[in-house]
Ligand binder design. Structure first.
Ligand SMILES: [Zn+2]
Length: 117
């Protein structure tokens, strides 16, 4: 068995994963730092998406093409919730703002009146 952090061969108990407490702490700190970076970058994408939808909504614009949203740097891979309406539409929300496909690349931009989950 080798230390997961420094790859030093470990002597003693076979279930030991680290050669020292320092390696164990360092290894777990790296994992949580990676997770923090991931969380931060997803948070930034979701915030930017919401800001774009809010701006469109605030301007009183109801529909927009997908291409226009891409131009505004909207990231379609990320949303916070999905809502299936009774008329077979799928709404993708970034918090309280969302959109649904109208066909022909057109999207309907909407604001939710939900206050929480
Ligand atoms: Zn080590």
């Amino acid at each position: 068995m080798q230390c997961l952090e420094c790859q030093t061969p470990i002597k003693g108990r076979s279930d030991k994963k680290f050669c020292s407490d320092a390696c164990r702490v360092h290894y777990h700190n790296k994992i949580s730092a990676d997770y923090s970076t991931l969380k931060r970058s997803i948070h930034l994408i979701l915030n930017r998406n919401r800001k774009i939808l809010k701006k469109i909504n605030d301007q009183g614009i109801k529909t927009m093409s997908k291409t226009e949203l891409v131009t505004l740097e909207y990231n379609f891979d990320y949303h916070t919730s999905v809502f299936y309406s009774s008329n077979q539409k799928t709404y993708y929300y970034c918090y309280d703002y969302g959109y649904c496909h109208l066909g022909d690349e057109k999207l309907l931009v909407v604001k939710s009146n939900k206050k929480g989950v």
